[in-house]
Write a protein that binds this ligand. Structure first.
Ligand code: DGJ
Length: 725
């Protein structure tokens, strides 16, 4: 049993594999948070609400008899706006009287095996009902009739709790949700470092670590997507925690639009974290009887440092987020045409790519941007999803047949949420682009965004995509999204509902993805947004891999992949060997091996010598596929901390295999280089595949190995593979 309700103490205790989360029904039915941290056996925590004396500036409730209760000071399970809590609030609903005072109190609860799916939204799923239990706590604002259900799912075998919130209008008057965060978490401490991932196009997910300070610190997106700039991930790490030791709490929002994580440290030295849809660009009208469901937050607790947090995210995402056949089945090794030829191709060039790729052992050709409408550069044709037969003579079917006959599978590129002003679709439906009346629309990469909040627009795009995908044997789809959303508005929403646009857009995108993945369950989908501009768990629910970055420089990729690995598994990170020559082809492959692995270059330009090298790389890819895709990641030297080298390893779940990778970013000042490995079985003996030497796990983890004599010139790298004997 992972969820316990002590009816005497009125305490809920949620136990995961390694953590406990405790809250209580307090006087006057307030829900008060008591504890979140390492697993504890007892639930005798009722005194934890007490946070010392406060002055008259912290409002209370006259009916409460307990000492020093104030929503402003007491750790609240789900903080509300305007009823005595002046800290960041998770919920604010403007009622028909025009004020937004919100105050929800406990009404009832239910505990059951399993986990509910969230209507219209991606979320973690279970493979069997026994994996998790769910607690739904119904609360109510008695003044307004808002019914708010706090939903917690507790995983038995992972240190994971998911949370979301459902708001129902139980009154007969309209309500306006101004903010509805998916979780609120309270700590009786401030000795945390906050970790988050910022970035930009070509430089996604750079790790930022800062000590919490009094006041509010936040990470947000209001770009219409989760964005290159900030990932919907934040962690609170004990200030003494490291990669391998100490407590770390990770939070990741399963959402691909505007998000917000706010952390407030107050004068009573407590910390509150809320995470959910960004209220700055959000509002939702709830008519009587209507329901609003928030996205889900995945909360991970690690007692084994940042590395432990990452491995828990990787495990739960591999098992309970990725869906369909490609979550587990071996994916075909691909070559993508983009960096090899950009828009400059025809059917003959694609066939020549396929022929050369086949010679090297590649299994699938992906034809990227440029096959449709009149698209020869980025100035036109998004929205015109029909084949450009001037380019692909004989049509798509004939090209795919030729590629298949060579022995390769075939993949194709779409950018369904966009429209070019220079397109047939735009000429026919100028109001289908996202816009607001009487205001010039900003243009980015020569394109507008198409209005995914509209069903008629989605139907049109679905039908166009369906025609291409059902008429042709297509194995893979790259779904791109190459700009952010400005002048956000829809021609179909009235002025009062325009504030719902951003969320409706995300729901529309999810609905279209759902239709495509349901219609073509065997299609392997790879998400992309100018590289990794939408690398979030929402997208991973629909596509088990996401193109990590348009930056394929193997040295730059190190920080990008290290940052991404904080919460996303390697098997989801799109990573290719390109013609970028900042480092040799071996290093390019060694870095790409961390992720999905593939090629992105003109195979006709690969020298005979490199062709032999590629064949060997592909052998390694097959050999190491399982340990990389399903093993545990151990980060050993982080490029965020070391300017000279990066190193990481994958260890199989049974601890019988380890693949270690080391890359020199810049020739080190000191050449001495010892590596102490992690995550092995100290009692097993491992054979070094290269030298035949045998070492105990204990030696490898404690004494380590001496790699001082390895090449340490700029861009050099090596792999080491060990197998238990
Ligand atoms: C951006 C993507 O990240 C690239 O890989 C490529 O697909 C281009 N878009 C095509 O326009």
């Amino acid at each position: 049993m992972s969820i316990l309700f002590d009816s005497e103490k009125k305490i809920f205790k949620l136990d995961t594999s390694d953590s406990s989360y405790v809250f209580q029904i307090f006087e006057e039915n307030y829900l008060v948070h008591l504890y979140y941290g390492a697993k504890i056996p007892d639930n005798n925590l009722t005194a934890n609400y007490y946070r010392g004396w406060f002055a008259s500036f912290c409002p209370s409730n006259a009916k409460v008899k307990a000492d020093c209760f104030s929503p402003d000071v007491t750790p609240m399970e789900y903080s509300c706006e305007g009823a005595g809590d002046f800290r960041v609030s998770a919920l604010a609903i403007r009622n028909s009287d025009g004020n937004n005072v919100t105050d929800v109190r406990y009404v009832s609860h239910k505990i059951y095996k399993g986990k509910p799916a969230l209507e219209g939204l991606p979320s973690l799923h279970l493979n069997s009902e026994d994996e998790a239990e769910t607690l739904e706590v119904l609360t109510e604002d008695r003044t307004t009739g808002a019914l708010v259900t706090l939903i917690y799912t507790v995983f038995e075998n992972y240190p994971v709790i998911t949370r979301s919130v459902k708001v129902e209008n139980g009154s007969d008057a309209r309500m306006d949700i101004e903010r509805v965060y998916s979780c609120c978490v309270e700590y009786e401490r401030t000795d945390f470092n906050m970790m988050h991932l910022y970035g930009k196009w070509l430089k996604e997910r750079t790790l930022q670590v800062r000590h919490l300070a009094h006041g509010i610190q936040s990470v947000v997106s209001k770009r219409g997507s989760s964005s290159h700039n900030h990932n919907p991930f934040v962690a609170l790490a004990d200030e003494k925690a490291t990669e391998d030791y100490g407590e770390v709490y990770g939070f990741n929002l399963v959402y691909s639009g505007n998000f917000s994580a706010e952390i407030e440290v107050d004068a009573f030295n407590s910390t509150r974290l809320i995470m959910g849809i960004n209220p700055e660009s959000f509002g939702w009208i709830l008519e009587p009887g209507e329901v609003f469901q928030s996205p889900e937050v995945v909360m991970v607790y690690s007692g084994e440092g940042v590395g432990g947090m990452s491995r828990a995210f990787h495990d739960i995402y591999r098992n309970n987020l990725l869906r369909g056949k490609w979550a587990k089945e071996k994916r075909p090794l691909l070559i993508n045409s983009w960096e090899g030829c950009y828009f400059d191709f025809d059917d003959e060039k694609m066939v020549s790519f396929a022929r050369k790729a086949k010679e090297m052992g590649i299994e699938m050709l992906v034809m990227d941007d440029g096959w449709f409408g009149k698209r020869n550069d980025d100035t036109s044709s998004l929205g015109d999803w029909f084949v450009n037969e001037d380019k692909l003579k004989g049509g798509l079917g004939s090209l795919i047949k030729r590629v298949n006959d060579i022995g390769l599978k075939f993949g194709i590129w779409f950018e369904p949420e966009m429209i070019s002003p220079e397109s047939k679709l735009y000429k026919e439906h100028p109001d289908w682009c996202v816009h607001v009346n009487d205001r010039e629309n900003s243009i980015a990469r020569q394109q507008y965004v198409i209005d995914m909040s509209r069903k008629d627009v989605r139907d049109n795009i679905f039908e166009q995509m369906y025609a291409i995908l059902s008429d042709n044997p297509i194995d893979y789809l790259k779904w791109d999204f190459n700009r952010n959303i400005s002048e956000a508005g829809s021609a179909l929403l009235d002025s009062e509902h325009q504030k719902e646009f951003f969320h409706r857009f995300v729901l529309g995108t999810y609905e279209l993805m759902d239709r495509i993945t349901s219609a073509f369950p065997d299609l392997l989908m790879e998400n992309c947004s100018g590289g990794g501009g939408r690398f979030d768990p929402g997208m991973l629910y629909y596509s088990p891999q996401i193109w990590c970055s348009d930056n394929t420089d193997p040295i730059e990729r190190l920080t990008i992949q290290f940052g991404t690995s904080l919460c996303y598994p390697g098997m989801c990170m799109g990573a290719h060997v390109s013609a970028n020559n900042r480092a040799g082809i071996d290093t390019r492959a060694n870095v790409a091996l961390w992720g999905t692995f593939g090629y992105e270059l003109d195979p006709n330009k690969v020298s005979d010598e490199d062709k032999e090298t590629v064949k060997k790389q592909i052998e390694k890819y097959h050999k190491y596929y399982d340990v990389i895709h399903f093993g545990d990641l151990y980060r050993i030297i982080s490029p965020f901390e070391n300017h000279y080298r990066s190193a990481w390893s994958y260890v199989s779940k049974d601890k019988n295999e380890m693949l270690f990778t080391s890359v020199v970013m810049r020739r080190p000042e000191i050449s001495s280089y010892f590596v102490r490995f992690k995550g092995l079985d100290k009692d097993k003996y491992y054979k070094d595949e290269e030298t035949g030497e045998v070492y105990s796990g204990a030696l490898l983890m404690n004494a380590g190995l001496n790699f001082t004599n390895k090449d340490c010139s700029d861009g050099a790298s090596f792999l080491k593979y060990f197998k238990a004997i």
